[in-house]
Design a protein around this ligand. Sequence first.
Ligand code: RP5
Length: 157
Amino acid sequence: MDVGIIMGSQSDWETMRHASLILEELGIAHEAKVVSAHRTPKRLYDYATGAKARGLKVIIAGAGGAAHLPGMAASMTSLPVLGVPVESKALSGMDSLLSIVQMPGGIPVGTLAIGKAGATNAALLAASILALSDDALGERLEAWRTRQTDNVAEQPE
Ligand code: RP5
């Protein structure tokens, strides 16, 4: 398992499934789990402290509101942690974004855009990281990017 996707709630899956879809397309082994910093802190501790030993190479963490999951995961592992701010009902994800991006110096979280775009890009960034030591994946990633370019029509209709 190369990539672990974790999210603060079942309700985050609608956003985080887009990360899973991209990883699937690129043939990257991954898992997805609900791990809440607030509601299941022991699950988070066990997940983050055990991630490296289990062979995970990148963690993608999505949460909304007071979104402490990515930062707390990053505090317990030196694996790269990519944070996805989930669009919240009350503040449209601004709360999620600011609480994920404003980490203190020393504990990095690579923070992506709010919502679907962030989940998609977290998976693509994870792929780029993994491709540094996996040429075949690098080729699949290049092919994915080429297909995307080829799919942009010159005319709007
Ligand atoms: C956060 O609170 C979760 O990451 C989710 O985005 C948000 C709402 O969770 P639910 O009330 O839908 O479970 O912890």
